[in-house]
Design a protein around this ligand. Structure first.
Ligand code: SF4
Length: 241
């Protein structure tokens, strides 16, 4: 549990990250995927909580690589040599068992292409062909557990616009969590929207104006019900370049 949920002593926001991106030697071959941009640029804003699901489930270092395969009904995560080594449920359970610290983070940086950590376009074997529309098993479950959490793959962080977009989403999400903790009301929700209106307008003017109109008509519905849909739309708008 963090001492201060909102920031550390240096004012940095807490973000989860695939351990290998920080240089931890946890990959199947005993190596790492140290990412200079993350360490040099983003550690100014973020305090990282590293986590490796494959180590967590006891696969060891080094280990047999794993891959995603489509078995006709579901996607399984199995050994590249030992197909009886099926770690699908264990990786999913690993994500569930991390919820306690993950409810105190405001973003997550994932390793691209990993059958465990990849958030999209992961190599998937289907009928003997290699497709690229798999999602890492751990990442998939973690994103289901925290659907609003800003998530990015490290490959996108080299792009200035995508990097800034991720930083922006993390800070907006943290302010939203702070608002929810201090108590939602129509007035506080309207204040939140007014504060973020310039940012939201820069991403999607039409939706931002439509939300502003809805808020002016606020009394017609329950604030908690409206707020759930509101923040989903806001986080979605912020993903637009
Ligand atoms: S499971 Fe995730 S954190 Fe661990 S080595 Fe693979 S990509 Fe990195």
């Amino acid at each position: 549990m963090l001492q201060d949920r909102w920031k550390d002593e240096q004012g940095r926001v807490t973000v989860g990250i695939s351990s290998c991106l920080l240089g931890e030697e946890v990959r199947y071959d005993g190596g790492h995927k140290y990412n200079q941009i993350i360490v040099d640029t983003l550690s100014e804003y973020f305090r990282f909580v590293p986590f490796c699901p494959e180590v967590d489930i006891g696969l060891g270092i080094p280990r047999e690589p794993i891959q995603l395969i489509d078995d006709g009904d579901t996607t399984r995560c199995v050994g590249t040599k030992t197909t009886s080594l099926d770690v699908t449920e264990r990786l999913s359970s690993s994500a569930d068992s991390q919820k306690e610290w993950q409810k105190d983070i405001f973003g997550y940086i994932l390793k691209k292409g990993s059958p465990s950590c990849g958030m999209e376009q992961v190599k998937l074997l289907q009928d003997g062909r290699v497709e690229r529309f798999g999602v890492g098993v751990y990442a998939n479950r973690m994103m289901q557990n925290f659907p609003l959490l800003p998530v990015v793959e490290e490959g996108h962080l080299g792009d200035t616009a995508l990097r800034e977009s991720f930083i922006q989403r993390v800070f907006v999400y943290r302010r939203w969590e702070q608002l929810c903790q201090s108590g939602l009301s129509w007035a506080s929700l309207a204040g939140f929207h007014t504060l973020h209106q310039p940012i939201l307008m820069s991403h999607d003017q039409a939706v931002t104006l439509s939300i502003g109109y809805e808020l002016s008509e606020s009394a017609v519905t329950d604030v908690d019900v409206y707020a759930a849909g509101y923040i989903t739309r806001v986080m979605s708008i912020l993903k637009n370049p």
